[in-house]
Design a protein around this ligand. Structure first.
Ligand code: SF4
Length: 205
């Protein structure tokens, strides 16, 4: 599916005020906007219900931002699905006009649109990312599902800008098996840090 040019409406699967559970901003209150639609096809995806965009209502950017502002959050995380299937320039400009910090979580499989304060780049084996994300991302988050993912993570980090933060996160269903391997990896490769899905431990969305 190609990205849609400059939409004034976006397919919102859900939006809610919670705590960012993973990555660099772990523990930070954040308003999540989860856009529907994804064709990346990760076998272990924990939001497969987001894939089919036809089931979601297209909400105006104005209404999305009014709700974000009303929540009291200072930071917004746009996620999916794969949010960059849509042009997000209107959304980020409206969020910024409302004084909100703009963060995105993306696989990097679609061109970057929008003005982002923080880009969390989480490449997937199932659909190759675009080169521009190695330059522009603030954070690389690799989901470790099996042992081969460690070398795969290093290959991405080698291409990344030097300022970016590096995180390895155990895939939730493999958490018991992968976490000790990640601990060992991070001790041997101290530029990397561990990311855990702390929202799942806290049983919050
Ligand atoms: Fe699921 Fe994200 Fe992979 Fe899409 S990119 S299949 S939403 S994990």
């Amino acid at each position: 599916m190609s990205s849609i040019t400059d939409p004034k409406h976006l397919p919102v699967m859900e939006s809610f005020y919670t705590i960012q559970g993973e990555g660099f901003y772990t523990g930070t209150p954040a308003y999540f906007i989860r856009l529907g639609g994804c064709d990346v096809g990760c076998v272990w995806c924990d939001v497969k219900e987001s894939w089919d965009v036809r089931q979601f209502d297209w909400i105006s950017v104005q209404d999305i931002v009014i709700d974000a502002k009303k929540s009291g959050a200072k930071m917004v995380v746009v996620t999916g699905g794969e949010p960059l299937m849509y042009n997000l320039a209107n959304l980020t400009s409206a969020l910024k006009e409302s004084g909100l910090q703009t963060n995105i979580e993306t696989s990097g499989a679609y061109p970057l649109t929008g003005d982002w304060d923080w880009i969390c780049f989480s490449p997937k084996k199932f659909k190759a990312p675009l080169d521009q994300f190695y330059r522009s991302s603030h954070e690389l988050k690799v989901i470790a599902f099996n042992k081969s993912d460690f070398n795969w993570a290093i290959a991405h980090a080698d291409k990344l800008n030097a300022k970016a933060q590096l995180f390895l996160q155990p895939e939730w269903s493999k958490e018991k098996e992968m976490t000790p391997l990640i601990v060992d990896f991070v001790k041997r490769n101290p530029r990397w840090k561990i990311s855990l899905q702390t929202h799942k431990y806290m049983d919050i969305p």
